[in-house]
Design a protein around this ligand. Structure first.
Ligand SMILES: Nc1nc2c(ncn2[C@@H]2O[C@H](COP(=O)(O)OP(=O)(O)OP(=O)(O)O)[C@@H](O)[C@H]2O)c(=O)[nH]1
Ligand SMILES: [Mg+2]
Length: 521
């Protein structure tokens, strides 16, 4: 089997890099064993980026190795060392590459040198315990995990970017014409189907510069796959105009310019979508005496049908100036209607970074399913082997209102709560934190030994109260009341926002946390 050198359709399997994990570490110094949290953050996973490079003309590289992966982010380390970011993977593609998802929906049309698309986003790095620490949670004994990067299948389809498309029978002289009017040097030979890939040539006529493409020759029945078939007509879809290249010197029996033209129009009609493109006719090979005679015979007939006809010779150069100026005229007119988008650099992202607080809860046969960008991300960031990390997750979910919503919808203790999509979810037992109110006696992540400047009076009171034999419920009510009083004492700016939320309003997140909402209590 021949090894292809030109490929214009490929399916890619992409995996962006995973974010590095944050680390939980405590600074150790002589005589000060608990010097505070110093765990660094994980690095960002590398993204996969598609970038148009006009010097690339084929997708053949991806045909040979369709699986591509970007680097993972590095893990954080102690002493506030952040992990390095994973390197982005840049995949160069030809100008005019269409990007589709696995279902064939178009995601982007990459046109113009330098046009860039982040097609698979790297995962976020997890925060280390230093970044998770706050005035209230002084020594978190946990860190967040890095998130996985996007994994997806995309289809790339090249649709050549050209202003003028040349169509015609094999050996009509399409490639010869491109060679004669531009600096392109396509393969030319006197056997049919010489051209197996579209050729592009840059043409200048007067002030106007434009791109001409030829496609492999068409024959009758191309729609049914005869010859090279219709596949290559995709490459003239972007063209503003089509030029029929007609062979006036063909010695094949039964061929004549008028019938040839009709056959090609028939194939274009069966391909569809090209009806609105203006047409020019180039009667080629008039340097051959027979060719000139035949051209003379049909030129008036064609003009009578309202077509602009040019008698040319790719070999001698006759008539080429008139032809290229006519092409330029159409190009100018079409550019006025739709100005050239190239060559500015656009960055496209397949999905917006979703920072919304929205989530939904639905009842399922097995329990309750929670869907939402934040809850799902928080689950991915959680190290479930660390109780404190799980508690932190519970706090975040409460803060967002997940627990309240579940309770309002009728969830009962012990019900299964599933967070995430069907193929990738985590199941919890519903346990409203109001039942675990004892946590309020010491905030999560708060190491009492670090609270040096707490008044002795306060400490004595805490201990006395902890020793009192109150019922659990009484203790909770008491704690809530005391917290409320304390907030009132500290003035209005301390209690703003969270008052009324009651015992579930702990401070969570930190300034480094992308999900932190900025309210410092
Ligand atoms: N005498 C003469 N020969 C020409 C002219 N144009 C092309 N030819 C010859 O016709 C043959 C086919 O030319 P190509 O340019 O390869 O034709 P094509 O339309 O690209 O053919 P495919 O790639 O097979 O579709 C070659 O032998 C050329 O030298 C011309 O103006 N005059
Ligand atoms: Mg050719």
């Amino acid at each position: 089997m021949a090894i292809p050198t030109f490929v214009d359709q490929v399916t890619l399997h992409l995996a962006a890099g995973r974010g590095g994990n944050g680390v939980a570490s405590v600074k150790r110094e002589k005589f000060k064993p608990l010097g505070g949290p110093d765990g660094g953050n994980g690095g960002q996973g590398g993204s996969i980026i598609l970038q148009v490079d006009t010097s690339v003309t084929t997708l053949v590289d991806y045909h040979h190795s369709p699986k591509r992966r970007a680097d993972n982010g590095g893990q954080g380390a102690g002493d506030h060392k952040n992990g390095g970011n994973g390197k982005d993977l840049v995949l160069v593609v030809p100008d005019g590459t269409l990007v589709k998802d696995a279902d064939g929906n178009e995601l982007a049309d990459l046109v113009g040198h330098g046009t860039t698309m982040v097609v698979a986003q790297g995962g976020r790095g997890g925060l280390g315990n230093a970044a998770l620490a706050s005035s209230k949670r002084k020594a978190p004994g946990f860190a967040l995990l890095g998130e996985p990067g996007d994994e997806l299948v995309v289809r790339l389809e090249l649709k050549v970017v050209a202003d003028i498309g040349l169509v015609g029978f094999p050996s009509a002289g399409k490639s010869s014409l491109i060679a004669a009017i531009s600096r392109a040097r396509p393969k030319i030979a006197d056997y049919p189907f010489t051209t197996l890939i579209p050729n592009l040539g840059v043409v200048t006529a007067g002030e106007t510069t434009f791109v001409v493409a030829d496609v492999p020759g068409l024959i009758e029945g191309a729609a049914e796959g005869r010859g090279l078939g219709h596949d290559f007509l995709r490459h003239i879809e972007r063209c503003a105009a089509l030029v029929h290249v007609v062979d006036t010197a063909s010695i094949e029996p039964g061929r004549n310019p008028l019938d040839d033209l009709e056959v090609i129009e028939g194939e274009l009609a069966r391909y569809g979508g090209l009806e609105d493109r203006p047409r020019l006719v180039a009667l080629n090979k008039v340097d051959v005496p027979d060719g000139q005679d035949i051209a003379d015979m049909v030129v008036e007939e064609l003009r009578g049908r309202g077509m602009r006809v040019f008698e040319v010779s790719a070999a001698s150069g006759a008539g080429l100036r008139e032809l290229t100026f006519a092409m330029a005229e159409i190009v100018v007119a079409s550019r006025e209607v739709a100005p050239d988008a190239a060559p500015e650099r656009i960055v496209l992202r397949p999905k917006a970074v979703d920072a919304s607080d929205d989530f939904e809860v639905v009842r399922t046969d097995d329990g309750w399913r929670v869907r939402g960008t934040k809850p799902e991300r928080w689950v991915r960031q959680t190290d479930f082997s660390n109780e404190e990390a799980v508690g932190f997750l519970a706090d975040r979910l409460n803060r967002l209102g997940v627990e309240i919503k579940l309770a309002r919808m009728g969830a009962e203790e012990g019900d299964a709560v599933i967070i995430g999509p069907e193929n990738n979810s985590v199941v919890f037992d519903f346990k409203p934190s109001i039942e675990a109110g004892a946590e309020m006696l010491g905030r999560r992540g708060e190491d009492e030994r670090l609270r040096e400047n707490r008044p002795a009076r306060e400490r004595r009171r805490d201990i006395a109260e902890a020793m009192e034999t109150k019922s659990e419920e009484e203790a909770r009510a008491d704690v809530a009341r005391r917290l409320d009083e304390e907030r009132k004492k500290k003035g209005p700016n301390r209690s703003s926002g969270s008052s009324g939320v009651g015992p579930m309003s702990y401070e969570i997140g930190s300034k480094d946390d992308p999900d932190w909402d900025g309210s410092d209590d």
